[in-house]
Ligand binder design. Structure first.
Ligand code: IMP
Ligand code: MG
Length: 181
């Protein structure tokens, strides 16, 4: 695996290996499998960033489950704008369902703070949140995270579904931006 990658005008160094990512996902899956044994949760990944996480997590679930996607975007470059620019909603009946929202990363939490109430309006039986990555120091909203993979400092990362201006989503590992001083 490469130790550094260049995407657009920025360079990034290897930060989290594929093995570490998959181990974190396995831990989340184990907990979901315990909590939803005998149930059939509806997995709701937030596109675009969470497509790889969703795919690898689904492969580890042993309970019956279904999946439907929503789409949101609040990032421009390496900064969260705090404003959700696009949202493809759920157009099926999820009333009475156990929903698990999947995020690639929770940063300010603004995205989820908007998504969670709009999902609750559809009257699911329960709503839980699973995130592969979490930046606790960046959190600016009051949201409950039920399953967390890896906590990281407040630095910009790419890879494994996460992008820098649309680039880097294809990387198997996660890379951290190299700040030039
Ligand atoms: P939030 O609304 O600030 O919590 O940001 C959530 C979304 O911003 C995530 O789902 C990501 O798509 C994106 N994001 C947050 N931090 C990063 C990062 O370090 N790299 C790439 N995307 C990020
Ligand atoms: Mg995202």
């Amino acid at each position: 695996m490469p130790q550094t990658v260049t995407l657009g005008d920025k360079s990034f160094r290897l930060y989290i290996s594929e093995e570490q990512i998959l181990a974190a996902i396995k831990q989340i899956a184990d907990k979901i499998n315990q909590d939803f044994h005998g149930k059939c949760p509806l997995i709701v990944p937030v596109l675009n960033g969470s497509f790889m996480f969703a795919s690898d997590l689904m492969k580890q679930l042993t309970c019956q489950c279904q999946i439907t996607f929503i789409k949101a975007s609040s990032y421009k470059g390496t900064e969260s704008t705090g404003q959700l620019t696009a949202l493809i909603g759920i157009n099926e009946d999820i009333s009475g369902r156990d929903v698990i929202i999947l995020e690639d990363i929770i940063d300010t939490g603004h995205t989820l703070a908007k998504i969670i109430p709009s999902i609750r309006d559809l009257k699911p039986a329960s709503v839980r949140v699973a995130t592969l990555l979490f930046k606790p120091k960046a959190l600016k909203t009051d949201i409950t995270i039920d399953y967390t993979g890896i906590e990281i400092p407040n630095e910009f990362i790419v890879g494994y579904g996460l992008d820098y201006d649309g680039l880097g989503r294809n990387l198997k590992e996660i890379y951290q931006v190299i700040e030039l001083v």
